[in-house]
Ligand binder design. Structure first.
Ligand code: SAM
Length: 260
């Protein structure tokens, strides 16, 4: 069965973050649909983020830093991109279902994530982590919370994948979500954020969740005030089979937090 966005007139004109029932997020259904196998678009994203972080720490070597993945949901690969660079990794998530799923996975994640790690370990600093399961178990701290209440200037590296545009239909909340993500980072911190382009919302199991339709230019404009220099925007498009109906591709933004 293909779940489509509700027909016009059936869907609420606007669904704010608070309106959605995030505790109805079915983590297992989400993984089964999105991450059971490694898709070519996720593979491209992993390579881009891996190479961006590797290049950043080659130019700015230092001790491991505290890292955060905002809105982790039921996805481990953003946290895996953080692994070689972090003293600890906060997996920050709102839904109780996803926080419980993360707690279970970080004790020893399931074999489907091995394909994601295989792409990361093509690069040297990742290859140096011989046992990523044990490393994640040691580094990860699951924290249930609302990204609109994230503390400022706490983390030295960050990721946020498919969250700011996939939690509301309101562009103001998308912009606020991006701002909160950027502001939780310390000056100089590298970040990577992924977005669904042109999303009309998405189903997880039997539940439909809101999204707002963004373009690469909007992502760039929203992140640029918080970044030192240029924000790199990579347009992934839809290689191979679409993930679902109602989106135009994926976008990845990489940059470095400025000091305002
Ligand atoms: C489309 S999922 C993305 C999950 C995951 N990051 C990924 O890459 O697949 C959106 C996520 O945002 C989370 N979320 C929604 N509202 C949030 C909020 N106010 N604060 C933190 N997370 C939130 C949801 O619970 C869900 O896990």
């Amino acid at each position: 069965m293909v779940l489509r966005p509700p027909a016009p007139g059936v869907v609420k004109a606007q669904e704010l973050n608070d309106d959605a029932d995030w505790n109805a997020f079915d983590s297992e259904a989400y993984v089964a649909h999105n991450y059971r196998d490694l898709r070519p678009d996720d593979e491209q994203i992993i390579r881009i983020v891996r190479d961006y972080f590797t290049d950043h720490f080659r130019r700015h070597p230092g001790d491991p830093v505290p890292g955060i993945d905002v809105g982790s949901g039921a996805n481990l690969y953003p946290a895996l991109t953080l692994l070689p660079w972090c003293s600890e990794i906060t997996l920050f998530e709102y839904a109780a279902t996803n926080a419980a799923w993360l707690e279970r996975q970080v004790t020893g994640y399931e074999p489907n994530w091995d394909a994601f790690w295989d792409v990361l370990r093509e690069a040297r600093p990742y290859a140096g982590t011989e046992n990523p399961r044990a490393a994640l178990r040691l580094a990860a701290r699951v924290k249930q919370g609302n990204l609109f209440s994230l503390p400022e200037a706490r983390w030295g590296i960050g990721t946020m994948f498919f969250v700011a545009e996939s939690m509301t239909t309101a562009h103001e909340e998308f912009q606020e979500g991006v701002r909160r993500f950027a502001e939780c980072l310390l000056p100089g911190a590298p970040f990577a954020a992924a977005f669904m382009e042109g999303s009309e919302g998405y189903a997880v199991g039997d539940e439909f969740f809101p999204a707002c339709s963004v373009t690469g230019a909007q992502v760039r404009d929203t992140l640029t005030p918080f970044a030192e220099g240029e924000v790199q925007i990579h347009s992934i498009g839809i290689p191979g089979d679409p993930l679902r109906v109602g989106y135009k591709g994926m976008l990845v933004a990489c940059g470095r937090r400025n000091s305002d």
